[in-house]
Design a protein around this ligand. Structure first.
Ligand SMILES: *Cc1c(COP(=O)(O)O)cnc(C)c1O
Length: 348
């Protein structure tokens, strides 16, 4: 039996074309700004996203951290959704290293935050008792909200409230291209109302390493200093950037296949007694479903799936996450459904 690994789209391996491009990449010392392949990737990414400049980072976590460091002084406040990746999965970096206090407001099931909640949460500078809200963070697609997608309108409303109060908006767009493909809108439209955006090369786009942070020239110049401080000044990084250029050229349109597979997976899971998911709420490549308490905590089903050679992850004690990606075919989806039925039966 082949293992079907649905833990994450970060498992994707570089394509043959990427390996060739990496082997042949023209490189230089990027800390001196002299790596032509890195420069090309940064310019290309910025142009695609409609921003002035880009900066290659080691990871999405580093991009988000550097954004927080660039905007915030110690004691400032960052407002974000209560399901944000920056809050749950980045080791507390924005608090520990940027010295910012995190204020959480509710995310809805698609990963949106309510502009009215934001308006009520924002605290302007000038009050000696308050930690001023310098930054608002959005996430698109939303990891812990089943890959939910923010539309350009959702993002514009948040931008308006934040900017009116003098706060900046950082978009954690680790999977922003999944959102663009799902909505069939140019990615530029999705990020036009945020001050900066980071996206991951190393997820569904299949690169081995990397993320790009994009924003104004001034923001990127300041971010470059913070990137250096946290150890992200890389030298002949063109070897990595070469794969990124291949990804931006050839790996975006195929994301639609991952989305179709995720939708089909959710439809099948919804038909298995004891599992709950609304297939119509699945728009991209992340499927999160609830496990009925009669089957025990989700860890039990994860164990039973493991015995069937299906690997998954667990966002909570009652839920399971399956992520489709380039190495998951539509046949794998059908096979996953039949193994999941078997695993559920084994628990009854
Ligand atoms: C994966 C992810 C990150 C972090 O990216 P890494 O490259 O794994 O550090 C940030 N935000 C979201 C929404 C993610 O899914």
């Amino acid at each position: 039996m082949d293992v079907i690994d649905l833990r994450s789209d970060t498992l994707t391996q570089p394509t043959e074309e990427m390996r060739q491009a990496m082997a042949n990449a023209e490189v230089g010392d990027d800390v001196y700004g002299e790596d032509p392949t890195v420069n090309k990737l940064q310019e290309r990414a910025a142009e695609m996203l409609g921003k002035e400049a880009g900066l290659l980072m080691a990871s999405g976590t580093m991009s988000n951290l550097v954004a927080a460091l660039t905007y915030c002084h110690r004691g400032d406040e960052i407002v974000m959704g209560d399901q944000a990746h920056m809050f749950w999965n980045e080791a507390g970096g924005a608090s520990a290293l940027a010295g910012a206090q995190i204020r959480l407001i509710p995310n809805d099931d698609q990963g949106r935050i309510d502009p009215a909640d934001l308006e009520a949460a924002i605290r302007p500078p000038g009050n000696v008792h308050a930690s001023p809200t310098t930054l608002v963070c959005l996430e698109n697609t939303h990891n812990r909200c089943s890959g939910g997608v923010l539309t350009p309108e959702d993002t514009a409303k948040i931008g308006q409230v934040a900017h009116a109060a003098g706060a900046s908006v950082h978009l954690d767009g680790a999977r922003i291209f999944n959102a663009a493909v799902a909505l069939e809108v140019p990615v530029k439209e999705l990020v036009k109302d945020v001050d900066d955006v980071s996206f991951c090369l190393s997820k569904a786009l299949s690169c081995p390493v990397g993320s790009v942070l994009c924003g104004t020239r001034d923001f990127i110049d300041r971010a470059n200093k913070w990137r250096k401080m946290v150890g992200g000044g890389m030298r002949q990084a063109g070897v990595l950037a070469a794969a990124g250029l291949v990804a931006l050229d050839s790996m975006i349109d195929r994301l639609a296949d991952d989305h179709a597979n995720a939708r089909r997976l959710a439809q099948g899971l919804a038909n298995i007694d004891g599992l709950t998911v609304d297939p119509d709420s699945i728009h991209t490549n992340i499927v999160i479903f609830e496990v009925d308490p009669s089957l025990g905590p989700s860890a039990k089903l994860i164990g039973a799936l493991g015995a069937e050679d299906v690997k998954v992850s667990s966002p909570s004690p009652t839920a399971i996450r399956m992520v489709t990606h380039r190495h998951i075919s539509s046949d794998d989806v059908e096979e996953t459904l039949s193994r999941t039925s078997k695993a559920v039966r084994a628990l009854r």
